[in-house]
Design a binder for this molecule. Structure first.
Ligand SMILES: [Zn+2]
Length: 329
């Protein structure tokens, strides 16, 4: 159970005052109620085990004997990432989200068509409501996957379990109305999980989760020591255009890089994945990557990848299904 932190502190204070005994930590992942050095080894191990990586799910081979699986996700966050997560509701910030729909997305779609690439789009329900014409362009393309990505890009770490469950049900109804089917992929808008997120995600029947960072390879998602059956397709900040390129004055995040810097990071990460025979997964945002000089860099990157033999371009769903089947599940 996830309680409101202030209410939790009051309850704790009350229990200590009344009983004079120390309370047990509830392992909920909420802010520490005692300094970490006062926890017992068992409490620390139990807390770390809340969410952990299970076995490596890199398959013995990729389809058609490919050496590496490459997947691009485009998080079409539009205005909600500003109003929901960054808490910037003024017109200028919202216009940057709108740029993703008006200018970024057409360039992204041209790029995918030119290189005949599949892609996975993670889309908040409210971005679907705001830009239904974009969803119509995506949903009937057989090699485009649309994944679940919150209601209004809210930070679910601030929600109670009941709020989180309700908001996902509401978002799922909007998702199904626009897309015409259920999503199989879940990506947290916060790239983080509450104590309840995984049980909610399991109940909703997702195949894979893509917000954790315990490996470069796909792995079994473990919760409290149990294999949840979910495939984790891990993400990384160095494989995300937002921290590398995005600018956000209020959060003092200022990053406007030369595209060559990012090209070299991503090329060498790809080369490493190729050598290791695993996965290379990028998280991209049309409002960030969709600027002209950045799309030219993407063009060079994919041209380089295609110059290597044995690169399997796939959606996240295709990778998750392949690794699950290869693991005999
Ligand atoms: Zn997002």
């Amino acid at each position: 159970m996830r309680r409101h932190p202030r209410m939790f502190s009051l309850l704790v204070l009350l229990s200590i005052t009344l009983s004079g005994i120390a309370f047990a930590h509830d392992h909920s992942g909420t802010p520490h109620d005692r300094p970490i050095w006062q926890w017992t080894p068992e409490e620390i191990v139990s807390h770390v085990n809340t969410v952990r990586a299970g076995r490596d799910l890199t398959p013995p081979s990729w389809p058609d004997g490919a050496r590496v699986a490459v997947s691009f996700s485009f998080d079409f966050d539009t205005e909600p990432v500003w109003i929901g997560f960054q808490e910037q509701s003024s017109p200028s910030y919202m216009s940057r989200g709108e740029y993703g729909a008006r200018a970024g997305m057409p360039r992204v779609l041209n790029f995918l068509r030119k290189h005949e690439l599949p892609a996975t789009f993670f889309i908040p329900a409210m971005s679907m409501e705001l830009h239904p014409e974009v969803i119509k362009q995506l949903r009937d393309q057989p090699r485009y996957e649309i994944g679940f990505h919150s209601y209004v890009h809210e930070n679910q770490m601030r929600l109670s379990a009941a709020e989180e469950r309700n908001i996902y049900a509401q978002a799922l109804a909007i998702f199904e109305r626009h897309v015409g089917r259920k999503p199989v992929g879940f990506r947290s808008a916060a790239w983080d999980l509450t104590a309840s997120t995984i049980s909610i995600v399991k109940e909703m029947g997702f195949l894979y989760e893509s917000s954790m960072m315990a490996d470069d390879r796909p792995y079994a998602f473990m919760a409290s020591g149990q294999d949840t059956g979910l495939v984790e397709l891990p993400v990384e900040w160095i494989l995300d255009d937002w921290p590398l390129f995005q600018i956000n004055w209020p959060s003092k995040h200022v990053s406007i890089r030369n595209a060559e810097d990012v090209y070299s990071i991503w090329k060498e990460e790809f080369d490493g994945a190729y050598e290791e025979g695993t996965t290379f997964i990028l998280t991209l945002h049309p409002q960030v990557i969709g600027h002209r000089y950045r799309m030219q860099m993407m063009d060079r990157l994919v041209t380089y990848m295609k110059s290597r033999p044995g690169v399997w371009f796939a959606t996240h769903e295709e990778i998750a299904r392949h690794v699950k089947a290869a693991a005999g599940e």
